[in-house]
Design a protein around this ligand. Sequence first.
Ligand code: GLC
Length: 518
Amino acid sequence: MPVLLKKHGFHTADSAKEGARSGSKHAMRVLFVTSEIATLYKRGGLADVSYALPVALSQLGVNISVAMPYYESVTTKGVTCVGQLALDYDRRRELVFVFRALLPHSHVRAYLFRHPLLNNYDDLHIADRFAFFSKAVAQLSLYSEEMLGGPYDIIHCNDWHTALIPLLIGEQSKVGYRERPRPLSAAPKALAGGETIQSKRVKTILTVHNLLYQGETGSSITLKLGFPKPLFHPFMTPLGRAVRLLTEGFEYADKVTTVSPTYAKEIAAGKHGKRVVEVFSRRKDRMIGILNGLDSKLWDPRNDPSLPVHYDASTVVSAKRVIKAQLRKALRLPESEAPLFGFVGRLESRQKGLDLIARVIKKLAGEAYQLVLLGTGQKKLVALFERLAAEHKNVVFVHTFDERLARRIYAGSDVMLVPSKFEPCGLTQLIAMRYGTLPLVRKTGGLADTVHDGKTGFVFTPYTSTALADKMKEAIALYHEKPARFEAMTAHVMGLDFSWQHQVKEYLALYQSLLKSS
Ligand code: GLC
């Protein structure tokens, strides 16, 4: 369906061309800025969203482009250089080369920013590098005309990497300093309140995918960027004064969203840090939670090339048997009547609940189940799971990131484990359900919004290995004792629709409301 917004004269791609010709109107133009995009460069769930959401929005008629650093490892085809951007940073004039390409299998334009500072992701000065990228995007978005996909009406930033853009393009603070000035960080009176010419022209949204990472760096970044210090909100650390790029976004963006309603509520309740609650108590609005979707074309067991057989809800039971048998063979797990549990994800200690899984492996020794874990990450955890797998015949750990194997695990397992300590949204449980595998999750964030205990999976609440072990035992018992019920649940979850088609409309409504209010 075309997007119609009378005030801005928004319309379909075709009528957009007419509008451009008449010179008076243009389609809603959005620049979606991110550090990673699936098909170009992927580290985690952010990349999946950064591909699927812009593509879904463009299918609704939104004129959307994406911007990302042009890392050396990006090898996409059909890239052309559109020009060089002069950018002052750290008392030098730098040249950033801007390239244009199309996101694979879509009509979404991608603008890729090339500069030596933007090549290295794993670096001590990563926050400064993304502040530099943000300055480049801010500059480009303000000057950009048709050739560069602009002029933009909305800049949609994602996570701390790009959270500085609202401040850098001249947005005003949204936290009401007049009512409650703060001595260290108060903006000059003349800067407080009211709209600037820039902030009237471009609206900004910041989406938080994970509050754990805030992009902390020394306050000297303000000098490097050449922006006045009082615009930032520094705080003291043992190493000196620092700023957090993410919280600067909370201060300046027009709207702040996160990736599930429950995670938004948890943030408001202070479960993920008090500083954020403080900022939002001074903002007049709240953090909006919009659930992520799943790209139903990229994740489809009916034609997934990684699977030996394809299936839908009516054939899942027999197909799973075949895939599971092959998977067991490949993993050197013995043929068995026991259910197969899977875990696919980053091995990191703060979020994904791996400490619980490690303890549960010991607790459930002797139970009739098998477990396969796939992932890379912290050395300490790699060593731990290698040891546990060596000690337990029913456990296999594959230390690699292998998308094909991951897809076989999603399809061949009976239950996928997602026992996260916290989870802003989580894609694993959505993929599992699409592939007819019941998720076993902890009741937190997006997991609480998408999985219902006993109906679409298994849900436990306290963050303890006992609670996880009990839920796993329940799943094992159901599998053995009520196979018909287990199979019915499997077929039921395959019929659920978590595609972007629904969620994308919420983003569209948000864009429209922002433009109406300008
Ligand atoms: C982050 C979060 C995850 C979320 C993803 C996409 O990786 O940890 O929960 O699904 O971003 O928004």
